[in-house]
Design a protein around this ligand. Sequence first.
Ligand SMILES: NC(=O)c1ccc[n+]([C@@H]2O[C@H](COP(=O)([O-])OP(=O)(O)OC[C@H]3O[C@@H](n4cnc5c(N)ncnc54)[C@H](O)[C@@H]3O)[C@@H](O)[C@H]2O)c1
Length: 382
Amino acid sequence: MPRRAGAAASPGAACDSGGAFPSVGGWGPRRAPRPGPAETPRRPPARPVPSPPRPEPAAAAGREAAMSLLSALVPLLRVYCIGLRVILHQLRRRFQPRCPPASVFPETSAQTRAGAPSLSPAGNSESDGQEVVRKIKEETLTGKVEFLYCDLASMKSIRQFVQQFRAKNCPLHVLVNNAGVMLVPERKTEDGFEEHFGLNYLGHFLLTNLLLDTLKQSGTHSHNARIITVSSATHYVGKLHLNDLQSRCSYSPHGAYAQSKLALVLFTYRLQHLLTANGSHVTANVVDPGVVNTELYKHVFWVVKMVKWMTAWLFFKTPEEGASTTIYAAVSPEMEGAGGCYLYNEERTKSADVAYDEELQRRLWTESCKMVGISDEASRLP
Ligand SMILES: NC(=O)c1ccc[n+]([C@@H]2O[C@H](COP(=O)([O-])OP(=O)(O)OC[C@H]3O[C@@H](n4cnc5c(N)ncnc54)[C@H](O)[C@@H]3O)[C@@H](O)[C@H]2O)c1
């Protein structure tokens, strides 16, 4: 700072001094030689230009620390506020008399028990994946379940997964973009992206785009292929910083998580727009599971962890309850042909206003294509 202030003052002083520092090089206008002392016309002495007050280094550092604290605190409070609102809503619903959610998924159970669809749970943990495969096989008596490794924090791994999947020549009727991390400390993915943005958003952006041809070939007029992307209520308080998507200027884990979830909503709406413009038999919807008792909270502050541990049975949804809207979006006959919806508690609802901003959707899409290295063919479409 002091250097900048000094640098700014010098040229001004030079100009005002009426040639105290005459131009000698080629850049400034040539001037007549300076008159000698006898001929010097009487001019009032040049007034020194007051340089801007220099901030004390300690004060500046203090102000900077306060600003960065504030930029971490605001997203934190916003995320906790929206979390509390969702919890209160869940609690009210829990004690409301409702019809049992019985026959929402008759198709699924029939299909899976008959062994019709094959499933490819994908993830970055071989042991967890094999456990999922074992459970599905146990419950559905179908052998067509195979775990495929895919690390969504690595563009290379995503490309390898897609290659492996395509080599199987299987149709793809439902793609669920579910993986996510929350409130991780500031760190980068293998490709150098901020982890929330890189994994939660860009990973799914690339995966979906690479699988789009297979999805288009699998969907039909009466049975559209479906893309379901799991977002979160935190998107309502998210801010998309198009000029700083990697949170380089200031990092807040809460802000970064909320931004990644808002990006997923913007992405889904843009994707649906492009699919419709293309006449594809594929739909894209976005799901908010609510506040669910899962491993997602492993990076929260220990006090919050304690509170969660004591109260989750009352305030949080079980993983099964949390998954129900995703399953509804994936198989419900009511959702056949419906795209561009934000679903919460198995109902269509409104997402944040900013998510409907088509210009923002378009700009994010273009930027994302550049980041993951795919061509933005959509840029030619309206
Ligand atoms: N739990 C909640 O309260 C809540 C609320 C809103 C939204 N969500 C969203 O629901 C989704 C599922 O989260 P969850 O609550 O089941 O949490 P979870 O931690 O139990 O599950 C996250 C999943 O993501 C997978 N994953 C993490 N990193 C990965 C990587 N690099 N590559 C591939 N897979 C990876 C994990 O293996 C795990 O299966 C997330 O997108 C999350 O943001 C959860």
